[in-house]
Design a protein around this ligand. Structure first.
Ligand code: 26Q
Length: 835
């Protein structure tokens, strides 16, 4: 027999079955040199960190790829249920450190680089953040993916491959200037284009009824303008477990079909221009963190994501199960990250009925069993609504389906509450009026088997307030899933000093079992341990001070209290309250009221939506106040203020470990959860905060003696609104009156008279929705308590340790366990072992 030749199946196996790559230092050094010289073509004259970064990525990438394949094989063979996380945002940040850490290569790559005479930190800085998100919601999606891979859950993220992510913020003359974020300028070595899985997405056109012989009446969506969706896959490694899950990002591409009519008529430019319209869909992320109503391009993005992702899942289903959909709902679940991808509800109905021939009832059964919706906001004005007119123009078939869903839903409401027309009007998916609107949250609720909020208070307020009617109808749909953050990025990677201390004291393994941090509690009373804790914090504060010096040109003294508020700039988050306190401290310094002073460095950072006037004016105020205070020799030893430009994921990796006091000061009842609060806590910061969002649960975990609480409760806020009189508050509080006078008299805007008048007006208006003045006094008192404890070095260290020790609950591993136990019901599937 011809034993030299390989059979076809041996050949195809030998094509993809390779011996595992080495994970030892020598293999890494060898591979690095080969990539650097032979793949990237660099030599000893090259001094740029960029190519060294590229070589390092190639090393990690191939080690990810081999595990990625083993994970796919495992999911295929198990033929198990899978979940799909649909999100317009995945705020991934940098991938290098995460890949090193999760592959278990962090020590060996550091050693390999040392052998080659290079510094990891310098290479890591060469990576652009993947800023494909606005803030909390997008970063939450990224943390979820990390935890799902770590828990070996078959979960795929579906998102958009934006050419431009979140804008880069520059501060010019104290004001925000937005610059485009061309994060793909140097290419993205982490992604893999998979044109073989391209999907086609329809827009526009009209619908037609059709009957084939004696068959059922069917609908055709015709005369559409189509756009191709090309997937780019990003690997999502689990923590040292051989699993690599997938984030699939869709990029829009024009179909190659020219508009022949226009082309032949001699309108060549017009026919080519269509290409631009198609590719615009994934050009740029919308930089608003609340809904911006009515923008057609945004609705195109949303439908593009929903349609491409669902077609992808259905194509895989048909590929393995044929056209039998009877078990589809047992095997698939879609988690909607807010209403942004909620077109998916109507799109799944359309695909099942119009493309796969199912009847309404079977399609509805599948849709309503597979959809689950997460809400991230309590602000009624932030609930997404789209004009029905726009829907009809862009997605005519979807609007028909939405009307039918609504008609059947309202019939159910009418059966439940006969004659209650007020309720029908309130609950309708279509808001009636001169411009009828589609209420996306209601569509998502009606079609989902689960509706969840993101912190206990938030979920309760959804049921009692915003979605009350729906809760009355379907109480069992509603549930809470308190957010978390991944302890791999937000502790192990960003705070290696603390990580080492943990390994040496509570033992290894806390990264994937964060409740073990409780083992720190007995060490609180160990003086030598507290000293080691302080040394770690001190080094992290020095690192943060270097960042602030480099980015803001302000010197922070690491001995001082580092008081930090970083998040999107929004009135409800009350950066203004923080500034009022800073001005009050400055006023005390100028009055000589500085006995028992705690020196303090206040850092504020965050982006404002480009069209949000008040948020931008608040940024200007922070910068002006910083300029005045930092230039005053009397203030300098006691108080420093800096605004950090371009706050982003990679900046937070330096900020959280170096923070003493975490500012979580939103008006109670407005912040759905918050997740920055958890990152700070994990890294040993103490929180000053209101009873809002997850702050409540943070305080429950750590105990009220280790949390600086202030302010009205959510209930008190709602009650107070009815008779709110901020001028009376000011009249009764001389220190607040003095702060407002400093603002009014132009002390911080000598050259721009009047620019802060809108801010003074908002604080003193009886209609101020954020009740800033109402919480001023109790905030100042809480700040005084914090300052006093900080002077008691041992007392503060105890609080700091207790905060880390009690942060285990805020790991997204816990959050994902709850999603899985109560909503998804996925098996844990380990990757196939490597040969
Ligand atoms: C919608 C339509 C059109 C344009 C933009 C948008 C849009 C985009 C982003 C609306 C909202 C967002 C982002 C919201 C967000 O980040 N919410 C935060 O979610 C976190 C994770 O659950 C919570 O911790 C925060 O409390 C919540 O504010």
């Amino acid at each position: 027999m011809n034993d030299k030749l390989l059979t076809q199946s041996q050949l195809s196996a030998s094509l993809t079955d390779l011996p595992p790559l080495g994970m030892d230092v020598l293999s890494l050094v060898d591979d690095f040199r080969r990539y650097y010289t032979h793949t990237l073509g660099r030599d000893r004259h090259c001094r740029s960190a960029h190519y060294a970064y590229q070589a390092l990525v190639l090393i990690l990438r191939e080690r990810l790829l081999e595990r990625w394949k083993q994970t796919r094989y495992a999911y295929e063979e198990a033929d198990c249920k899978q979940a799909y996380y649909l999100s317009l945002e995945f705020l991934m940040g940098r991938a290098l450190g995460n890949a090193m850490l999760n592959l278990g290569l962090d020590e060996n790559t550091t050693l390999a680089l040392q052998c080659l005479g290079m510094e990891l930190e310098e290479l890591a800085e060469a990576e652009h953040d993947a800023g494909l998100g606005n803030g909390g919601l997008g970063r939450l999606a990224a943390c979820f993916l990390d935890s799902c891979a770590t828990m070996q859950l078959p979960v795929t993220g579906y998102g958009i491959h934006y050419d431009y992510g979140m804008f880069r913020q520059e501060i010019v003359g104290g004001e925000q200037v937005e610059e485009p974020d061309h994060w793909l300028r140097d290419g993205n070595p982490w992604e893999i284009e998979r044109p073989e899985y391209t999907q086609r997405v329809h827009f526009g056109g009209r619908t037609e009824l059709h009957r084939d012989g004696a068959g059922p009446l069917t609908v055709r969506w015709v005369d559409t303008s189509d756009v191709l969706a090309v997937p780019y896959d990003v690997p999502v490694p689990g923590y040292r477990n051989g699993t690599v899950n997938t984030l699939r990002l869709w990029k829009a591409a024009a179909t190659d079909e020219f508009d022949l009519g226009e082309f032949n008529a001699g309108f060549y430019p017009e026919s080519v221009a269509a290409k631009n319209t198609a590719e615009q869909i994934t050009l740029v992320l919308y930089p608003n963190d609340t809904s911006e109503n009515g923008k057609e391009l945004r609705l195109r993005q949303q439908y593009f994501l929903a349609s491409a992702s669902l077609q992808d899942v259905l194509a895989r289903w048909v590929g393995t199960h044929g056209h039998d959909f009877s078990r589809f709902a047992e095997k698939n679940v879609f988690q909607l990250n807010d209403t942004h991808p909620s077109c998916a509800v109507a799109e799944l109905m359309r695909l099942l009925m119009d493309e796969h021939g199912l009847g309404w009832d079977q399609a509805w059964e599948i849709t309503s069993r597979t959809m689950a919706y997460t809400n991230h906001t309590l602000l009624p004005e932030a609930l997404e609504k789209w004009p029905a007119r726009l829907f009809r123009h862009l997605l005519p078939r979807l609007l028909e389906i939405i009307f039918e869903i609504n008609a059947r839903f309202l019939a159910e409401v009418a059966r439940h509450w006969p004659g209650d027309t007020g309720r029908l009007r309130r609950m309708s998916v279509i808001e009636e009026g001169p411009e009828p609107m589609v209420r996306m949250a209601y569509l998502a609720i009606v079609a989902s088997s689960s509706v969840n909020g993101v912190a206990a208070l938030h979920s309760r307020l959804l049921a009692e307030g915003l979605f009350r009617d729906f809760y009355d109808l379907w109480p069992r749909k509603f549930n809470n899933k308190t957010n978390g953050v991944t302890p791999r990025r937000w502790l192990a990677w960003c705070n290696p000093g603390l990580g080492r201390l943990l390994d040496e004291t509570i033992g290894v393994g806390w990264e994937a079992d964060l409740d073990r941090l409780h083992r720190l509690l007995p060490l609180v009373e160990d003086g030598a341990f507290r000293e080691r804790w302080r040394r770690v914090k001190r080094a992290n504060k020095e690192r943060l001070a270097r960042l602030v010096a480099a980015e803001c040109g302000v010197e922070f003294d690491p001995q001082a209290l580092f008081d930090v508020q970083v998040k999107r700039i929004h009135e409800y988050k009350r950066q203004l309250l923080n500034v009022l306190h800073v001005i009050h401290l400055y006023d005390r310094i100028k009055r000589g009221d500085t006995a028992d002073w705690t020196p303090r460095c206040v850092l504020i950072g965050g982006k404002a939506a480009p069209g949000y006037f008040m948020a931008k004016r608040i940024i200007k105020l922070i910068n002006n106040v910083a300029t005045v205070i930092n230039a005053d020799p009397e203030a300098v030893p006691l108080l420093k203020v800096a605004f950090l430009p371009n706050y982003r994921v990679s900046a937070m990796e330096t900020i959280a470990p170096g923070t003493d006091l975490s500012e979580q000061i939103s008006t109670a009842g407005k912040e759905a959860s918050g997740t920055g609060n958890m990152k700070f806590m994990m890294n040993g910061a103490v929180t000053i905060g209101t009873l809002d969002g997850a702050n409540i649960e943070i305080r429950e975990e750590v105990g009220d003696e280790n949390f600086f609480l202030f302010g009205l409760t959510a209930e008190q806020v709602e009650e107070r609104r009815h008779h709110y009189d901020p001028m009376a508050v000011v009249a009764a509080d001389d220190e607040l009156a003095r702060v407002l006078r400093l603002l009014e008299c132009g002390h911080f805007n000598q050259f721009d008279p009047g620019i802060f008048d809108p801010i003074v007006h908002s604080i003193t208006s009886p209609h101020d929705p954020w009740l800033t003045a109402a919480d001023f006094r109790s905030y100042v008192e809480a700040q005084k308590r914090a300052a006093a404890v900080f002077r008691d070095v041992e007392g503060w260290t105890r609080m700091s340790i207790r905060n880390t020790a009690c942060s285990g609950r805020f790991s997204t591993d816990r959050t994902m366990r709850e999603y899985n136990d109560e909503i998804w019901h996925l098996p844990q599937v380990p990757a196939k072992p490597m040969a």
